[in-house]
Each structure stands twice: as structure tokens, then as C-alpha cells.
Write a protein of this length. Structure first.
Length: 302
């Protein structure tokens, strides 16, 4: 009887040991499987910062790209062209969005930066609809921003004080507007805002206000001004009749690779250029009839 009990205990012990071995094997297989899964689902994070004029296009294109590439996340931030160029040059971000050529940015070492043009943006002076003005001469526009014309009645509008809203230093929109809209005239000190969105809100709600915006931000409540009877339209930008425009650049530090390269290629694809670019108020690269270099030289495209 005692022998039987001993054999029974031995059998129980062996069963427990075998079960433990089985459990260890299962756990090992599970861990190996989890590790393998983690490797295949590695996420690529792309950070783009800079131009607020370009921000809406990159945000929406980025969202669509993410939907089709589950292993990619794209974070788009503003801050202005100067900030975008500075950060990508330092290697802090993957993409620097800019309305300017990198060579135009003062104090920036553009060596090693690679330009990817993704669209053209037209820009126009905009006023609150209550100003009663739809057209000004180039000379009048310059004098308004210099503070020499201070009431809209001086240019055929209502008896309303002019409130100038400028963009902050480092803004690509400001640099483009001052270069091509004001012939680099020195402007008077006025309030400054750091984004197209903020400017749009202020001008649309402030009687007498004037500023300038990318076409993509010109919505209801704002009146885009013609200059010398030339209207700010896509067709006039395409042939350089309307001169206040810029390329939208997405700069990388060195040639892009992997998912970053795939995303930048997507930005110039038919899916983006043929639909999203137009929908958001930008001008496709393929619509341009001229090319403008960093020096400002215009070349007719064939």
C-alpha cells in the first residue's frame, strides 16, 4: 500500500513538471511571435514645419497618405518659412515648408538642403469688405503700408481709418508680398501676426483692416484687391501678369529616402496635383506657363 502511494506521488510530480515545460514553451512562442509582429509594424514618423501658407495642403495630403500607409504618421506644424528652413537645416525636422527659396532666407546656410517644389501659391492684399475698395494702384498700395495713406476715402473707399496688419519677420508670405507687391519699399511699423489663419480672422472682423493672404485663405468676409486693374487670379499668376506669387517648397536635409521619399513623390502625383491642390486654392505646377528662378528671372515654359 505504501509503495502504491509513492508511485502515485511520483506520477503527479511528473505531470506537474511536464505541464510546466509545456507552459514555458507556449510563453516562448508567444514572445517570439510578439517580437516578430513589432518588427513588421514599425512606425515611421515624419515631421514637417514652417510655412502656414503651405500648411493646409501638407496637412490634408498627409492625412490621406497616412490612411494608405498605416506604418507612417505625419505631423505638420506652422511657425513660418524661416522657422521651417532653420529647423530642417539643423536636422530637427524631416521637412521644412517654405514660400521662399532657401537661398533667400537671411542667415541660413542652405548647403545640403534639397528643394522639392509641390505647388504655386498666389498672394493678394485683402481688406475688410466694409472698406468699399476693390482696386488700388501699386503706388497707393505702397503708401498704405508705409502709413502715408491712412483713410480709405483717399483711394475712393468709405470714410474709414485704415488698420494695417502685417506678418511677422521670418514669414515667407511677408517676404514675397514685400518683394513683389511693394517693390521692397520700407513699411511702417504696425501690428504683426504670425499666421495666415490669424490674419484672416482679424481682417474679416475689423472694419478698415488691410493685410495680405495666400489665395487659399481668402474666404467670405474678405475683399481681395486688384492692383492696377489686374485681378489676383490663378490665370494671371500662371502667366506672371499677377506677380505676387511663390513656389511652395518642401525642403529636406539631403536626398530623402524610404517613406519620406515616397511621401514627397506623392505630393507631386496626379492625386494631389490634379485635385487637392486646386481644391485648396493652390496652383498646380503643371498649370504654370512661366518659371521664376531665385534671382527673379522669368522664363517662358514650353
Amino acid at each position: 500500500m505504501k509503495k502504491a502511494v509513492t508511485l502515485g506521488a511520483l506520477a503527479v510530480t511528473m505531470t506537474i513538471l511536464l505541464a510546466g515545460c509545456g507552459s514555458s514553451s507556449a510563453t516562448s512562442t508567444k514572445n517570439t511571435s510578439s517580437s516578430s509582429s513589432a518588427k513588421t509594424s514599425k512606425t515611421t514618423k515624419i515631421v514637417a514645419t514652417g510655412s502656414t501658407a503651405l500648411q493646409p495642403l501638407v496637412e490634408q495630403a498627409g492625412q490621406t497618405f497616412q490612411n494608405e500607409h498605416s506604418n507612417v504618421t505625419i505631423n505638420v506644424q506652422g511657425g513660418g518659412s524661416g522657422a521651417g528652413l532653420s529647423q530642417v537645416a539643423k536636422g530637427s525636422v524631416n521637412i521644412g515648408n517654405s514660400d521662399l527659396f532657401a537661398e533667400e532666407q537671411k542667415g541660413l546656410d542652405a548647403k545640403g538642403l534639397v528643394d522639392h517644389k509641390v505647388a504655386v501659391v498666389g498672394m493678394a492684399p485683402v481688406v475688410n469688405k466694409e472698406a468699399g475698395v476693390t482696386n488700388v494702384s501699386k503706388d497707393q498700395l505702397v503708401k498704405i503700408f508705409q502709413g502715408k495713406i491712412t483713410n480709405w476715402k483717399e483711394v475712393g473707399g468709405k470714410n474709414e481709418k485704415i488698420t494695417v496688419v502685417n506678418r511677422a519677420q521670418g514669414s515667407g508670405t511677408r517676404a514675397t508680398f514685400e518683394k513683389w507687391g511693394l517693390d521692397n519699399a520700407k513699411v511702417a511699423t504696425s501690428q504683426e501676426q504670425d499666421s495666415n489663419g490669424t490674419v484672416k480672422k482679424i481682417v474679416s472682423t475689423t472694419p478698415g483692416a488691410i493685410s495680405y493672404l495666400a489665395f487659399s485663405y481668402i474666404k467670405s468676409g474678405l475683399e481681395p484687391l486688384s492692383i492696377d486693374n489686374v485681378k489676383p487670379t490663378e490665370a494671371n499668376v500662371a502667366n506672371n501678369k499677377w506677380k505676387i506669387w511663390a513656389y511652395e517648397h518642401m525642403y529636406t536635409k539631403g536626398a530623402p529616402t524610404g517613406e519620406l521619399k515616397t511621401f514627397l513623390t506623392y505630393m507631386t502625383s496626379k492625386d494631389v496635383q490634379g485635385s487637392l491642390v486646386k481644391k485648396l486654392g493652390y496652383i498646380p505646377l503643371t498649370s504654370m506657363k512661366v518659371d521664376r528662378g531665385v534671382s527673379g528671372k522669368i522664363t517662358t515654359l514650353k
